[in-house]
Design a protein around this ligand. Structure first.
Ligand SMILES: [Zn+2]
Length: 410
């Protein structure tokens, strides 16, 4: 390997890194979390990045969910290419609703694996284990989750004794510490003699689902993030900090969630059980959002019903968009075989549910905050290097993160 080498993958080309390079995906990082933390004086490093590095905004992938966006960032492509368009989908082939977190659903390789194959030392640390196997697909390097850090082995994760390295116990899956563990591990890895050439850190949005920008809890979180970023910066790393999606309040002024229960509405309007509503946010960890997001997809048995459903939906308060599959797949660059006949997106302060009885909201301890729709599409891209203007006068996507890090950072 040498500095002149480039890596071509998924139709894009990436220059070999000039020094250690870190891409951070901060889960649910609406820009206001950064600006409020800086205003509160708890994020001096990020404040310095705004003045002396690059502060950009980019569009994430819709559905504005975690897995589709993480996979877009690490492949440099939209879901139409890599195939992951939710946590959960209805498999037409088997007639079953299934999780989409198995690497067998991936249709593109990752930038991380391509660099590792070419000889780069690559490390990936993610908060939840559900993402680890997707991010680590065919990766010859280090890849582990904070959630299962105690189980990391050379054979499975390319590293062992992670708890000794990081100096933290395994955090609860519902905690700010789960994300802190990711940063702490990243800093420790970067301090080793065999430090990574390329590292990807991906956190979880537990805090962002609970705490609005500028609150004490949010500022404490971003203060923590700021300290670790400063450490990575001091180690000479080029850092590109972005997000998988934004995050917005989804409740009324009394704190009650604004939920549109699509299955109930359509059962009444169209006929009991005629259509199938799928919420791609659904995953095993729903305590902090009750499986309520701003994106849903609907399967219908006929063209007539499809038109009836769309006209029903467009009249509902809080629905921003109800469109057919082909429009949705071309606008949002989604894989048509994994999207229903209709895509529904709710407005900024609304979420979409299936039926009242299928959502357990008893565990929601704070007024609902969530994501998934167009209102959560704008995310920050902060870089501790100057990016020339000619590299940014395009519609930037969060999945340009590696392009900015490797091809344009000075
Ligand atoms: Zn997320």
């Amino acid at each position: 390997m040498n500095m002149e080498q480039t890596i071509a993958i998924n139709g894009r080309t990436y220059q070999w890194m000039k020094g250690p390079t870190v891409v951070v995906c901060c889960d649910g990082c609406q820009y206001e979390y950064i600006s409020e933390a800086i205003a509160a004086g708890v994020a001096p490093f990020l404040s310095n990045v705004l003045s002396n590095g690059s502060s950009l905004m980019a569009d994430c992938v819709v559905p504005a969910f975690t897995n589709p966006n993480n996979m877009s960032i690490v492949t440099g492509t939209p879901p139409a290419v890599h195939g992951i368009c939710g946590n959960y989908f209805f498999d037409r082939d088997t007639g079953e609703e299934v999780m989409m977190n198995d690497p067998k659903y991936m249709r593109a390789g990752t930038i991380l694996a391509a660099f590792a194959d070419a000889g780069a030392r690559v490390a990936v640390v993610t908060a939840k284990d559900k993402l680890r196997r997707l991010l680590g697909h065919k990766l010859k390097g280090i890849c582990f989750s904070a959630e299962k850090a105690d189980e990391a082995s050379i054979a499975e994760n390319g590293i062992e004794n992670v708890l000794d390295l990081v100096g933290m116990p395994v955090p609860s899956v519902y905690s700010a510490e789960l994300s802190e563990f990711v940063f702490a591990a990243g800093a420790k890895l970067m301090e080793r003699d065999d430090r990574p050439d390329l590292m990807y850190l991906s956190t979880t949005d537990y805090v962002q689902h609970k705490a609005a920008p500028g609150t004490a809890e949010a500022n404490a979180f971003y203060g923590m993030v700021d300290r670790y970023l400063a450490r990575l910066d001091a180690l000479g790393a080029t850092i590109v900090f972005t997000a998988d999606h934004g995050m917005n309040a989804k409740h009324d002024k009394d704190g009650r969630p604004n939920v549109i229960y699509l299955q109930d509405i359509l059962d009444d309007a169209i006929g009991q059980g005629l259509v199938r509503v799928i919420l791609p946010i659904t995953d095993p960890y729903v305590v902090h959002h009750g499986a309520l997001g701003s994106f849903a997809t609907i399967y219908v048995p006929s063209e007539k019903i499809r038109q009836d459903v769309i006209s029903t939906l467009t009249k509902i308060k809080g629905v921003e968009l109800a469109i057919g599959r082909s429009d949705a797949c071309s606008w949002f660059e989604l894989p048509p075989d994994r999207v229903g006949d209709i895509v529904v997106i709710s407005q900024k302060d609304y979420v979409l549910g299936t039926s009242v009885e299928r959502h357990d909201l008893s565990e929601l301890k704070a007024p609902l905050r969530s994501h998934g729709g167009l209102s959560e599409q704008a995310v920050p891209i902060l870089i501790n290097r100057r990016i020339p203007e000619e590299a940014t006068n395009r519609r930037l996507r969060n999945f340009d993160a590696f392009d900015l890090a490797l091809n344009h950072s000075r």
